[in-house]
Ligand binder design. Structure first.
Ligand SMILES: Nc1ncnc2c1ncn2[C@@H]1O[C@H](COP(=O)(O)OP(=O)(O)OP(=O)(O)O)[C@@H](O)[C@H]1O
Ligand SMILES: [Mg+2]
Length: 151
């Protein structure tokens, strides 16, 4: 399967990449973020929020599962780390089908409930502050999106 990679050397570079990616997003886009504890999923989301013109501070929504922000597009930020029962329907569809951009940290935990078309973004720890970011598009919309970002 095709995928796209880049290396970032510090949190600012991760944030800046996400900020740039935000400029290509459309209503209804879904980003699935994967990576270990402290990989940089929330850092990425903060950059994305900046790119969407969101002024409010974006924090990890671990205890609330979903937080909504208003920007050029609405941002729905989910962290499903604490969702124990993967089959429990918490109404995620309303977000995925909404007019905003949905970002899901630890997305695989609710994989049965995710839409089949989305952009998976893996963040891997490398040495020190280096991270490898791998984008894997699922569906035509996200293949096109990746081409635009990396062209
Ligand atoms: N290249 C990098 N990209 C992103 N974050 C980095 C990088 N280098 C160092 N960091 C640091 O790693 C940490 C990433 O934390 P962050 O909360 O974004 O991770 P997370 O994946 O959301 O973790 P959690 O699983 O707890 O939600 C921050 O302290 C950040 O400053
Ligand atoms: Mg986080």
């Amino acid at each position: 399967m095709d995928h796209y990679e880049l290396i970032t050397r510090n949190s600012q570079e991760t944030s800046e990449f996400a900020e740039r990616l935000a400029s290509f997003l459309q209503p209804g886009d879904v980003l699935a973020l994967e990576g270990d504890l402290g990989a940089g999923k929330t850092t990425f989301t903060k950059g994305l929020a900046k790119g969407l013109g969101i002024k409010r501070t974006v924090n990890s929504p671990t205890f609330t599962i979903i937080k909504e922000y208003t920007g050029k597009l609405p941002l729905y930020h989910m962290d499903v780390y604490r969702v124990a029962d993967t089959l429990e329907d918490l109404g995620f569809d309303e977000y995925f089908e909404g007019n905003g951009v949905t970002v899901v940290e630890w997305a695989h935990i609710i994989k049965e409930q995710l839409p089949s078309n989305l952009l998976t973004i893996y963040i891997y720890h490398q040495k020190d502050n280096q991270r490898k970011i791998v984008l894997q598009p699922h569906g035509q919309r996200y293949q096109q999106l990746c081409k635009e970002i990396f062209q």
